[in-house]
Every structure is written in structure tokens, then in C-alpha cells.
Design a protein. Structure first.
Length: 315
């Protein structure tokens, strides 16, 4: 098994990061032992003049087509539910999680990726306009057909996740075995809105940690692990919601550990996430080889017990 336990986030590939640069990053990642690629059918509609997504999947598909043998080396994670499909403003015009939307979504993703299977397929955001029974049946059918290997859900409240999993168990269908939520070492004040975070249930909470830790078949993937560059760049300030004493204390602990180990803040955060209980799979977006190399080193870093205790116990 690879020791590169993070997923390469490809959100900007095909829009803010061009084909040649993206291909070099993908090659460098796989050559270093990386296997997991994370994308979505809606990436990145907000960066494209058309207002529609699919560019990231298309780029990954083009890269795979030009690299014979690469498909068997990578684990593809993509999502359905958030792509704009009609007039109006997002998220009201998103595709949602009806059975026809899920079927159309997977067919589009498979076509753009140029593959016959998706290793991990996510419900990107919840859709309360559709019954859970309908969504569970539609997702389960994709697994039964072999188009999808495994199912996950992103930005869902825990009670909805468990209800969907119970429906799957009762009906003998494949259910969700992965959660994808927003998480990092620094946390905002509870209940305070964070600009740009549109999903109400997007955060890893103590309840989520306990849920994943109590369910052996569940795994946790986390996005925005490096807070959009804040840990490394002074020009990337944190939103006001992060202004509280805990942030100052945790930054001091982070700097102490990074200084004593001779590594970067980013590397400590990745090691903390990966080696935690439960361990998480961070999704790391990069746009330069240097950023990728830093993440690779962070994924391989093992924190000494005393440093992990300091990080865990600082609140």
C-alpha cells in the first residue's frame, strides 16, 4: 500500500491550471507513489465562462488517455449533485440527487474521464427534495452494475448519512462507506458563518469523529486541510470566524512542533490529520511542483508521540 495517504485535489485542473502543468503534476504525484485523485462533475463551473463544470474530469481523462497504464495506478474519486444544470442561481439550479440525475451524472463522469468505472463516487451535497430511498437505490444500482466501486457522501449531516446507510442495509444495497467534510488543525468559532462555505453541514465535528471512529467500515476524507494557503502564506488571512484564543494557542503549538522537527506548518498539519484517530485522508490541491513535493513529504511524516499530544491537547 502506498505511503502517500492523501488525495490529489484536481479542482482547478482544466480551468485555473492548464493541461500541461496539470499533467506534470499528475505524473509527479503518481511517480512518487500517489494513487488517489479527487474531482467532481461540477469542477470548476465558477471558473469557466460557460458557468458549467466538467473541466477537471475532462483533463484527467485526457491525461489518462495519453498515459497508457496510468488508469490501473490511480484511484478515482468524483462526485455528483452540485453541477448547475439549468437557468437560475446556484445552488437552486444544481442537478441534485434524484435517480435520473445520478444516472446522468455517472454517465457524464465516465465519459469525461474515459473510464468504465469510478472507484469512489460521492453524493456531493444533500438534496432534501428527493427521498433518501430513491437516492440510495440509484447509487446502489451503480455499484451492482460495476460502474462504481464504493460510495461516499460529502457535506451531509450525520443523521442523514446514518439513515441512508440503514436504508441500504435493509434493502441489501451498497451504502455509503466514506464521508467528505471540511477540516483542518485550526477551527472557526462554533456556529459562526465562514464566507465562501455554502454547505451548512460541511464541518468535521466531535460527533463526526466519534461516528467514524465507531464504524470500522467508514473512512473520513477532508478538504480545505491547508486552509487555502494560510499556513504558508501571509497574504492568505483567515476569515474573522477564526479569530479566537484557541487559534493563537494552536498556531503556537503548530510552530513549536514544526520548528523542533524542521518541517513546515503544512507538513505538520497533514501528518496530524493522517495519523489521527481516526485517521483522515486529506484532499490537497496544488498548482506547482514545490507545493506537491511539500505535501508528499508531509504525508510521509510521522509525528513523535510528544508532539502529537501537544497538538491534540492544545485547545
Amino acid at each position: 500500500m502506498s505511503d502517500v495517504h492523501f488525495a490529489l485535489g484536481t479542482m482547478g485542473f482544466g480551468t485555473t491550471v492548464g493541461f500541461d502543468a496539470s499533467s506534470r503534476l499528475l505524473d509527479r504525484f503518481v511517480d512518487a507513489g500517489g494513487t488517489m485523485l479527487d474531482t467532481a462533475d461540477c469542477y470548476a463551473f465558477w471558473s469557466d465562462p460557460s458557468g458549467r463544470g466538467g473541466q477537471s474530469e475532462e483533463l484527467v481523462g485526457r491525461w489518462l488517455a495519453r498515459r497508457p497504464g496510468r488508469r490501473e495506478q490511480v484511484y478515482i474519486s468524483t462526485k455528483v449533485g452540485a453541477e448547475p444544470v439549468g437557468p437560475g442561481d446556484w445552488p437552486a439550479n444544481r442537478e441534485g440527487l434524484s435517480a435520473p440525475a445520478i444516472r446522468a451524472g455517472v454517465e457524464g463522469s465516465l465519459r469525461r474521464l474515459g473510464t468504465d468505472r469510478i472507484d469512489l463516487y460521492w453524493a456531493h451535497m444533500e438534496d432534501r427534495g428527493v427521498s433518501l430511498d430513491e437516492s440510495v437505490e440509484a447509487f446502489g444500482a451503480l455499484v451492482a452494475e460495476g460502474a462504481v466501486g464504493r460510495l461516499g457522501c460529502s457535506n451531509h449531516p450525520v443523521w442523514r448519512v446514518e439513515r441512508a446507510r440503514q436504508i441500504a442495509r435493509e434493502t441489501g444495497r451498497a451504502g455509503y462507506t466514506a464521508l467528505q467534510l471540511r477540516h483542518s488543525y485550526l477551527q472557526p468559532r462554533p456556529g459562526v458563518p465562514v464566507p465562501g462555505v455554502d454547505h451548512r453541514f460541511a464541518w468535521v465535528t466531535d460527533e463526526v469523529v466519534d461516528y467514524v471512529d465507531s464504524e470500522p467500515e467508514l473512512s473520513l476524507w477532508v478538504y480545505t486541510a491547508l486552509l487555502n494557503g494560510f499556513y504558508a502564506r501571509s497574504d492568505r488571512p483567515l476569515p474573522e470566524a477564526y479569530e479566537h484564543p484557541g487559534t493563537s494557542r494552536r498556531l503556537a503549538a503548530l510552530d513549536k512542533v514544526a520548528g523542533e522537527l524542521g518541517v513546515s506548518r503544512n507538513q505538520v498539519v497533514l501528518a496530524w490529520l493522517i495519523g489521527g484517530k481516526p485517521g483522515a485522508t486529506p484532499i490537497v490541491g496544488v498548482s506547482t511542483p514545490g507545493q506537491l513535493d511539500e505535501a508528499l513529504a508531509g504525508a510521509r511524516l510521522r509525528l513523535p508521540d510528544e508532539h502529537r499530544r501537544l497538538l491534540d491537547e492544545t485547545v
